[in-house]
Design a protein around this ligand. Sequence first.
Ligand code: C5P
Length: 297
Amino acid sequence: MSVTVRVPAKVNVQLAVGAARADGFHDLANVFLAVGLHDEITATPAEELRITCEGPDAHQVPLDRTNLAARAALALAGRHGLDPAVHLHIAKDIPVAGGMAGGSADGAGALLACDALWGTNASRAELLDICAELGSDVPFSLVGGAALGTGRGERLTALEVGGAFHWVFATADGGLSTPAVYREFDRLAEGGGIPEPVASPDLLDALAKGDPDALAATVVNDLQPAALSLYPSLADTLAAGRAAGALAALVSGSGPTTAFLTRDAESAERVAADLRSSGTCRTARTASAPAAGATVL
Ligand code: C5P
């Protein structure tokens, strides 16, 4: 018997970052949008906890207990006094270390898969609690759709989305470490006052209306200058996407994946094709949003 769970990637349409807190994290106003690129996590009973991974970037995924999927299984088993004897297989399609919450997706997916496999029947509140322990973005991977994340991003309020948004994601060679990007944010912000992060009413309104032009006019990522500072050639990718007709171009989360909002599915295909031939990225893929959260198949 085995259980497979499908989990979406995310893009941050607004990532407002406050000053570093005493615990090293940053308070955020983080507007998450789940997008239709997915990982699938399959849990099967085994002699002991084991992780395997398949997909073009599988060699970059750690297979030890630092993997969020392993940590999710250990956390659930620990709380319920169970032996975490499970094989977790990750079919990976979300870019690794790309700023699209691929690791968080695997954590949320493994948690839901183990809960179903072991019959622990954890409540939604307990699952969200474990997700928040695993990482700031993991609760959103569980719920999907669109949500405002406050605190370090883990406290979620669901948001209304009035229509489909069509995106292109350009992957880059190599990854960026999220802590390194936040450190660079701190370095760049040194000396200046950092305002309290607040969600933009205009952006929430654009999401609720399903209006791509209004969303394009309001998307903002406070981590973008830090990501560009560590990975300067991303500016060329952003420029290539804008030249190809994207309504908006931004770094996805902490990067280095770049995200391009387009008017419809057709223009997304055109922008993706132009980006692929631009020589400024590894490849470009289209995906629409919002996507559902972690789902047992
Ligand atoms: O929560 P998560 O483990 O995904 O965070 C990874 C790293 O990103 C943290 O160790 C921290 O350096 C940085 N971070 C932050 N503020 C947040 C979220 C993450 O500084 N709100």
